[in-house]
Design a protein around this ligand. Sequence first.
Ligand code: HPA
Length: 247
Amino acid sequence: MAKTAIIGGTGVTNMPGLTLNYREMVKTIYGAPSSPLIHGSINGCEVIFLARHGRRHTIPPHLINYRANVKALQEVGVTHVIALAAVGGIAENCDEQSLVIPDQIIDYTYDRSHTFHGAKHDKFEHIDFTEPYSSPIRQKLIDSAKSLKLPVVTEGVYGAIQGPRLETAAEIKRMENDGCTVVGMTGMPEASLARELGLEYACCAMVVNRAAGKVPSGINFQQIEKNLKGGVDQVQKLITEVLGRGF
Ligand code: HPA
């Protein structure tokens, strides 16, 4: 039976609408995940919630123990993961407040433990990552968002950058030339680690700002905060609908 987890990103350190059942602190051979796993339900549907940046949003993107997070979810029997992420919009259709369900990734991160294959893993295998996201989860996110009339962008290329600083205008131009439509700091190696463990994984990205150089007025952190709040409301509705439909 499917068991669904939500990984909450910036602005989503707890999931609104989630009724707490119990907390579980899991310890993996890669260390502890960013937060206890919150076992609970949304609208009667069981779900597990993990705060990617920690309960008090203290872990920056480059210091997240992605391996421990993904491994902890697998160890408690999770089969499906919906990863929430705040992103900057590069493409014109990825405007502030839209929800983007990316279908591709370009990885610009470095210096992160990006694979389970190493000394602690007994068998080495390549993974097929041609399609980095789970198409059944993506479809469910898209159908649900459309039925709720949320401003959804049904495809996109997530450019994963190292952070924690934002980009220069030239870096965004380069990413745009590469084909990236949104930019975020946490999409990798989370997605490929989930694939290594055979988890169905997709991302729901909330656009909280136009990327560097995309608006003459520049980055406005107060506006980002406002967009995050609006995005969280939308995401709560979306997740409730998705869970109600089931996997
Ligand atoms: N760049 C990288 N990550 C982000 C951004 C951005 O503009 N906005 C939210 N996360």
